[in-house]
Design a protein around this ligand. Structure first.
Ligand code: RAM
Length: 858
């Protein structure tokens, strides 16, 4: 048995932690059946030599037990900038000591505000007019000896690109990321030791508006957080001669406006290559025409080490088809609705301007459909500097698109001139789902692409129009699916902190996080994200720290509900069952499911979650209190919304789904509610009518109450409205509306119509946990105890599900062969599972690989 895949604060070798007691986790490499850890020893040292010799920071000694996750560091106090090495040894189920793991490494950030000596620098805004060129900043410094350790700590109010001696530092984009900059600004740490030899060096930085100062929100506003971009940078260098140097951002830096004439997340980037300054980021560049920088005051915002994996380039898409629908207008189809930008190759003349527009769909005449971008210009342009081939990629904007339109070219381009560069936050792939139906497989791909496109720093609703905001409701309904597809633990840890930062003074949560809509909030199913998201992270990854951190904000939220309800009935649900079928014209939040029903159902649901969280954290009185509140809300729900026979007011699918899914009904009423729900689905020709609130509950509730056949019917439905209808219309991502595009009605309401919106992708969770049958047990979260219960149906003949949990890989595969269901299951080391197959008694198993053959009933 050997420990592997060592993670510090859920990340591999993180640079810059300001958590003084980081959580240390590992997995076990042991293929034996029943493999289980019975003890571990973890050692921590300040150097690699000490780690294998005499560990000087922490030695746990032998600790009995099977714990492998989130061991909280409790050794000598860690210091700012400290290098930390650790490794672990595990004892197996036979009591045998395994070999030591490979060493893991992490680096502490600045632990005290006074560690920061650098000053915020930039240049004053020339005017508050729309297009401001991006400031370039530079500074040269001399080192008398080679560096033996050099780390740069850097952040910006705005976005930054950091360069050293002509090269980009790091592979991250959209740094420092998006937080409420008035409260928390994240910094990044990069190791530049090998770049710094004795001699002269140059640091160069480009600043972009980003979320800080660019357009944000749908009223066309700018300057959400400030109007002046600035940089904070501190480079600590230990030299081979035993001395050290610190290079700081300060008044001795110089600045100029460069070739990026404007760059805005919504509107795109305009680049004039004639204004390039070759060598500006290298030493000995003549910067005599540059101006001195201005020093700006620090704000009261806390500087914190970045918690989530930064955005990076993730993949490239080649052009699939190139057309010229109008003379001189060239359209490139990348075959996939994606998020990022296009790399363009241009052969032009000095001064020639080429324009790129980005679109998700095409008009009937083959031109790009951009009406749904609303106020977002989504346009880049490039002015050539030479006669030769030039290559352009923007810096501080991103687009949501499948098609790229090029105009202003001198000669006909070739497909290779356009390549899609996909960017999103780091989130390693963890799940795979595949089955015998190609349309369902495309749906799964669409869900994954919806996640890739909208997990760029914060979970956004859409990536293309003048919105791209962290809508809480969307995140809440999709998070469970997201946790299957990808490792999103650090992504959501960071965003949950944003949620707590954004909590309104009333205790409620805003519609979007970070809150850029000026405190609008209180909406049921949206605000509830503040409770549901931390809870889901806990369930999927098993760590209680997120619950501890978020507890206060969760409690304040439920207290707000208590205070603002009348007789335990709550009524704030302004978005209703958003975008359900039968929405009122011109008011997509006025839906047939009554708003107070939705709000009261969610009141009971999140009070119940809070009670469970309190119990887990050992807050017994709170656990009792919120359980009691949940009971009272349920009673009120029944009084107000449930008829004596069990009919739920509104008689909508979503009403029944909430009542059943959140356990609000008595046993007697459940049967009737289920009947009404199924009757409504059947009456519509086996079709759904649900919006953002009801849709995620459809398949899970139908399955739980014994009508999985109906859940499968809805999944396999090919007529409008359904998941596969969108697939059959050529969708390559999830869409905002069931009717974002229909054969009968064409494009949906242009005022709000995104073709990359993950909310309806929440069906993914059921595909993994029911169709493939990989599920967790809330009593032993993080897949410590795994539930395997694959449930065939829908005409599928085989399914393959796989999930990389924090413990290791779980697989569940099944195939129907000659009336038999053949099942293959893999259970990772150090876990247990309960396997429930159709018509069989549950079987308890330990780590290992198992095969079963089950005769299926009728
Ligand atoms: C629109 C989007 C978003 C939704 C809000 C209520 O902005 O559809 O996804 O959450 O409305």
């Amino acid at each position: 048995m050997r420990a592997m895949d060592l993670k510090s604060e859920n990340r591999t070798s993180p640079m810059g932690l300001d958590e003084k007691n980081p959580r240390l986790s590992w997995r076990l490499d042991d293929p034996r059946c029943g493999a289980r850890q019975t003890a571990y020893r973890l050692v921590v040292a300040s150097t690699l030599e000490k780690l294998t010799g005499k560990p000087d920071l922490w030695d746990t000694g032998r600790v009995n037990g099977d714990r492998t996750l989130d061991v909280v560091y409790a050794g000598k106090a860690l210091k700012s900038r400290q290098d930390v090495w650790w490794r672990v040894q595990a004892w197996d189920h036979e009591g045998l000591a395994g070999e030591w793991s490979d060493p893991a490494h992490f680096v502490m950030g600045y632990l005290k505000p006074s560690d920061w000596k650098a000053q915020w620098i930039g240049r004053p805004l020339d005017s508050r007019e729309e297009s401001q060129p991006c400031p370039f900043l530079r500074h040269e410094f001399q080192l008398p000896a080679d560096a033996v350790r050099a780390r740069v700590h850097v952040t910006a109010r705005g976005l930054f690109e950091l360069r050293l001696d002509g090269r980009r530092v790091g592979e991250d984009y959209f740094t420092p990321g998006w937080t409420d900059y008035s409260k928390r600004v994240q910094y990044l740490v990069y190791d530049v030791t090998s770049d710094l030899k004795a001699g002269l060096h140059a640091l160069g930085v480009i600043l972009g508006d980003g979320w800080y100062a660019g357009h944000l929100g749908f009223k066309g506003e700018r300057f959400q957080y400030g109007d002046t971009l600035s940089l904070l940078l501190q480079l600590d260098v230990d030299l081979a001669d035993g001395t050290s140097r610190t290079i700081l951002s300060g008044p001795d830096w110089r600045t100029i406006l460069g070739p990026i004439r404007s760059s805005d997340i919504y509107h795109g980037e305009h680049y004039d290559a004639r204004l390039e300054m070759p060598g500006w980021d290298r030493p000995e560049y003549d910067d005599s025409v540059w101006q001195p920088v201005t020093v700006f005051p620090a704000s009261r915002a806390a500087l914190v080490a970045k918690v989530n994996e930064p955005v990076r380039r993730q993949e490239e898409l080649a052009t699939r088809e190139q057309t010229e629908p109008v003379f001189g207008v060239h359209v490139f189809d990348l075959g996939q609705n994606m998020v990022g930008w296009a790399r363009i190759k241009i052969r032009g003349r000095p001064g020639q301007k080429v324009t790129m527009r980005y679109a998700e769909m095409l008009n009937a005449d083959g031109t790009v459909y951009t009406a749904n971008l609303r106020g977002a210009k989504g346009t880049d342009s490039y002015i050539c500097r030479s006669e030769g081939e030039e290559v352009f990629e923007p810096h501080f904007t991103f687009h949501g698109f499948r098609y790229v339109e090029l105009t202003g070219l001198r000669e006909k381009p070739v497909p290779e001139d356009v390549t899609g560069i996909v960017l999103h936050s780091g989130m390693p792939a963890t799940g795979a789902f595949e089955c015998s139906d190609p349309l369902v497989n495309r749906l799964q791909q669409n869900i994954v692409w919806g996640q890739k496109g909208n997990f760029l720093e914060v979970p956004t609703d859409c990536p293309q129009r003048d919105e791209r905001l962290g809508w809480t409701g969307d995140a809440q309904v999709f998070i469970r699916t997201a946790c299957f597809n990808r490792d999103v633990e650090s992504f959501f840890e960071k965003w949950c902190a944003d949620v707590a930062d954004s909590q309104l003074s009333s205790g409620s949560f805003p519609h979007v996080v970070p809150d850029v809509l000026g405190g609008q909030g209180d909406c049921a199913a949206w605000a509830d994200a503040g409770v549901i998201c931390p809870w889901t992270v806990y369930l999927c990854y098993g760590d209680t720290r997120i619950l501890e951190r978020q507890y206060d904000s969760m409690r304040r939220f439920v207290e707000w509900r208590c205070k603002t309800s009348r007789g335990y009935i709550h009524d704030r649900a302004c978005f209703g069952d958003w975008l359900s079928i039968d929405i009122a014209e011109n008011d997509p939040g006025r839906t047939p499911t009554p708003r107070d029903l939705i709000a009261t159902a969610y009141f009971a649901h999140t009070a119940g979650i809070l009670s469970r969280v309190a119990a887990i954290l050992g807050r017994k009185a709170d656990a009792r209190k919120y359980r009691e509140i949940q009971r009272k809300v349920k009673a009120a729900f029944n009084r107000e919304f449930v008829s004596p026979s069990g009919r739920v007011v509104g008689d909508t699918q979503t009403g029944y789904l909430l009542a059943l899914g959140f356990d609000l009904l008595s046993k007697r009423h459940q049967a009737h509610a289920l009947e009404r729900l199924v009757a409504d689905i059947e009456g519509r020709g086996w079709k759904l009518s649900t919006g953002f609130v009801g849709t995620p509950l459809l398949a899970p509730v139908l399955t739980r109450f014994g009508r999985m056949d109906v859940a499968y019917r809805l999944l396999m439905q090919q007529e409008y409205p359904s998941w596969l209808y969108t697939v059959l219309q050529g969708g390559t991502t999830m869409w905002e509306r069931w009717n974002s595009y229909t054969k009968h009605g064409g494009f949906g309401d242009v005022n709000m119509n995104s073709f990359n919106h993950y909310a309806y992708g929440a069906i993914g969770e059921w595909m993994y946990n029911t169709v493939a049958g990989i599920d967790l047990d809330p009593a032993e979260p993080g897949y410590k105890h795994i539930l395997i219960h694959p449930r065939p149906g829908g005409g599928l003949t085989w399914v393959r599900g796989e999930l990389m949990t924090r413990q290791g890989v779980v697989t569940s595969r099944w195939a129907l062969v000659d009336g038999m269901m053949e099942v293959q299951v893999t259970i990772p080391p150090n876990t247990r599972a309960t396997v429930v197959l159709p018509g069989r008694k549950p079987v308890k198993v330990a780590a290992g690989r198992y095969e079963y053959r089950v005769k299926l009933g009728r």
